[in-house]
Design a protein around this ligand. Structure first.
Ligand code: BDP
Length: 694
């Protein structure tokens, strides 16, 4: 149990396999690669679950598993298959098929990919101990493009990666195809992911050269049968860097022709290429503003090159201008809102979940709802850059559920981010969710066993943004640890509490961006002198002797004006601002009386203490699983929880020591003082922490 098999372990559930089909029947004389992969998966699964593969049958009969897709129904013209045409490309049903000699289980998809998703669903249910006879499942994804974004460099370094090197071995591609590529595709397909952007958003134009496109094409060939398209990050200055053009100005005809020719070249090798993901004019990346052009002009130029081939541009809204703004969290809205409606139909603007940067907690990004004529993709970070890397247990399902269920109120009550993103409110025909991958070359893929859950939850929420994080955790825990319900429930409880624990010991009460400079490892709230003020923790907390927090109301930066009513009004008033966003929106005196009756200072100390004790509880729960979980993973997770406990304490102590140095207040009676003085924490250095220099 080294974690390699992820949630596709196919070990018999504690309750036993409830139903083993007598045979598998497909309606295809000549099955497509996708159907062949589905049959392979059924073989892998049933061999592992029951000890033997299912035999193939000729015609549907009692107890059979029948696979049918609209693209492949040769044998089933006479049977009354459910009508799946309304379910869209990727939808499927699992139902009962009455045959001459009894009932069979039928999986029907509109496309072969839809059928494959149905096969995975059936296998997951079977692995969890469910009886799949008599089911009536009708499933279709609410979002069209469900993408992983790898931040992988061509030298195999992964930006913000905590799971080893990139799984793409560019040096050995296209000749050597690591078995991992296929297992990666299986895992993605099993949770509905249908696109992968292979390269870092801080892009290297080299990937657009012919030798690299050949490597990309080799990966695309592996992924295609699993319904997965490849995308690439496009460096805006590529025409200059690769072919010596004097400019990359999007209105220049030579530049436009260069990109058109590049698109033609890509599609000649990869006919189903997904498109480009672009980070432009952000953190030093080149972009259209270098030539006085807007984001829309830049995006549209690329979109025009891809359009004849059916490709899309995912243009990121994570920007901040060269001049320091008065409030960095306002920037994306300020730049993109005026461009609403100016983008081509095949452009999606990709927006991070919050207006800052993947923090343990932020309010939702105000662009959601605000762009009425522009499709918006939601970008989530699966890798835990700001939540303790892969060592801290932090299940992100709850963070993402919080964002997706947040009400923007733009179209009236119930205008959740989920409904904006899946197009239900906007009517946008193009919908997308992207997750910054946490996958690397580590044997367990994600650097820790529990971080596999974040990959899994990302796929499930991209398929259905209204799915429950707890339900997803339950499914994952059962599949990954294959336990009886008691142990599973312990694991689920740990997962459900874990993200709030991180918020408590890192950034409670709406504090944000307090992490160490560059690598983001550990606390550094005292840092106040970097190249730009908006890179420093001080900029975000502004703590002085009297007060702490960032005033984003009308009396401050007025970032609050980017939200709709009644949020604007609620969040303008301390009394109606939820505690968890308090210091995000307000500058609050240390002795302010909280809703609980305590002072702000007392409440803050309490959150840190709670975070530390929550990690202690995680450890106790985990130890209780001894005997119920394999020893290998029990031991590995245990060691990581020890690291987390130590680092939670470090976060608490260093933060408290610093706040006390600013506010001059004593700790509330009975509170344990920090283990060291502030100087100790400030002197800690981590020159080799992952992410240093990124
Ligand atoms: C920040 C990361 C940085 C990324 C950037 C982005 O620190 O490494 O390049 O986001 O999203 O969170 O472009």
């Amino acid at each position: 149990e080294d974690g390699y098999r992820l949630w596709l372990r196919y070990t018999a559930p504690a309750s036993g396999v409830a139903f083993t089909p007598s045979n598998i029947v497909t309606g295809c004389d000549d099955p497509s690669p996708t159907i062949r992969k589905s049959l392979d998966e059924l073989d892998i699964a049933f061999e592992s679950l029951t000890g033997s593969k299912l035999p193939r049958g000729e015609a549907p009969g009692q107890g059979a598993l029948v696979l049918a897709s609209a693209a492949c129904n040769d044998g089933f013209a006479q049977t009354d298959r459910p009508d799946v045409s309304g379910l869209g490309q990727d939808g499927y049903t699992i139902s009962t098929l009455a045959t001459g000699d009894g009932d069979a289980v039928l999986i029907a998809g509109q496309s072969d990919a839809g059928l494959m998703y149905g096969v995975f669903d059936l296998l997951m249910r079977t692995s969890r101990g469910e009886d799949v006879r008599g089911l009536s499942v009708e499933e279709a994804p609410s979002v069209d493009l469900r993408l992983l974004n790898h931040w992988d460099n061509l030298d195999r370094h992964v930006e913000r990666g905590y799971a080893g090197q990139s799984i793409w071995n560019w040096h050995l591609l296209p000749d050597f195809l690591d078995r991992r590529y296929e297992d990666y595709a299986r895992a993605n397909a099993s949770i509905g992911i249908n696109g992968v952007s292979l390269t870092n958003v801080n892009a290297d134009a080299t990937v657009l050269t012919p030798p690299y496109l050949e490597k990309v094409a080799a990966l695309a060939d592996v992924f295609r049968p699993y319904g997965i398209k490849v995308y690439l990050t496009a460096r805006f200055s590529a025409p200059m860097e690769l072919d010596g053009l004097p400019t990359a100005d999007p209105v220049n005809e030579d530049v436009q022709e260069w990109w058109q020719a590049k698109a033609d070249e890509i599609y000649a090798r990869i006919p189903d290429f997904g498109g480009f993901l672009v980070k432009a004019n952000s953190e030093g990346q080149p972009g259209p503003q270098d030539y006085g052009r807007s984001h829309a002009e830049g995006a549209n130029m690329l979109a025009d090159a891809l359009e004849p081939h059916g490709g899309v541009v995912m243009w990121r809204a994570f920007v901040y201008s060269a001049e320091e703004p008065e409030d960095r969290v306002k920037q994306a809205y300020t730049e993109f809102k005026p461009l609403d409606g100016a983008f081509r139909d095949n452009v999606i603007v990709q927006v991070k979940n919050g207006p800052l940067d993947f923090q343990p907690r932020e309010p939702f990004h105000p662009l959601f709802g605000a762009m009425e004529d522009t499709p918006l993709a939601l970008e989530l970070q699966v890798t835990k850059e700001y939540l303790g890397f892969s060592t801290h247990l932090a299940y992100l399902g709850t963070l993402w559920e919080e964002v997706l269920s947040a009400d923007t109120y733009v179209y009236g009550q119930g205008s959740t981010v989920a409904k904006v993103v899946d197009g239900a409110l906007t009517g946008e025909p193009l919908t997308a969710i992207a997750g910054v991958s946490n996958i690397g070359s580590d044997r367990n893929w994600t650097g820790s066993h529990f971080d596999q859950a974040n990959w899994y939850a990302f796929g499930r929420l991209a398929w259905n943004p209204e799915a429950s994080a707890e339900r997803i955790a339950r499914d994952w825990a059962a599949l990954t640890f294959s336990t009886g319900p008691e142990a599973r429930d312990v694991i689920v409880d740990m997962m459900m509490a874990s993200r709030e624990a991180v918020v408590n010991y890192m950034t409670p009460l709406g504090l944000t961006h307090l992490m160490g400079t560059g690598h983001h490892y550990g606390p550094a709230p005292w840092v106040d002198d970097l190249g730009r003020a908006d890179w420093t923790p001080y900029y975000y907390h502004r703590a002085t002797k009297d007060a702490i927090g960032f005033d984003r109301t009308q009396t401050g930066s007025n970032a609050i004006a980017q939200y709709a009513e009644p949020l604007r009004e609620n969040w303008s008033d301390i009394a109606t601002t939820p505690d968890e966003l308090l210091l995000w929106f307000h500058r609050v005196p240390w002795d302010h009386e909280m809703k609980s009756g305590r002072t702000l200072w007392e409440a803050l100390v309490d959150h840190y203490d709670r975070g530390v004790s929550q990690v202690g509880e995680l450890k106790v729960h985990w130890q209780s699983l001894e005997g119920a979980i394999d020893r290998e993973r029990l031991r590995e997770v245990s060691a990581y929880l020890d690291i987390q406990a130590k680092e939670a304490r470090w976060w608490r102590d260093a933060s408290l020591a610093y706040w006390m140095s600013v506010n001059g207040l004593d700790l509330p009676a009975g509170t344990e003082p920090p283990a060291h003085d502030l100087g100790y924490y400030k002197a800690l250095e981590f020159p080799n922490a992952p992410g240093q220099g990124e």
